[in-house]
Write a protein that binds this ligand. Sequence first.
Ligand code: CO
Length: 156
Amino acid sequence: MAVLKICTAGNPVLKQVAKPVEKIDKRLTRLLNNMVETMYAAEGVGLAAPQVGESRRVVVIDVGDGVVYEMINPVITKKEGTYLSTEGCLSVPEYSGEVERAAYVECEYTNRQGERMLVQARELLAVCIQHELDHLDGVLFIEKAKSLTVKKDTEE
Ligand code: CO
């Protein structure tokens, strides 16, 4: 496995609509492995393939409850309620911002075994799914944020 370079805002790959995955092959499983490793190395709770320069409909998520979601061709099939929270993004490291999302979502996706799955998610996981799926459509949270805050540089 390898830690991949994360693309930051201004890189055109982040503005593209990502292409659906057509087959689950070695290249895709390697991408999933590397995305999970990259997400953990960067201490993120989610990562979308365009963030590592791959314009494909793939995201990985781990909000810290011990479950790693590896989502291929994910689609949100139901949204309910509203939920305001503070988001950040590994591709926009200098800002955090308040974003209003649905409080509950249902999301269908294919796992690496090729099975179609359904996840029902609330609050943090729901926010994360919506944030990561936006990346697949070329949308960054800073475009949806009600307010943005410049993060203090805590490194060094
Ligand atoms: Co992001």
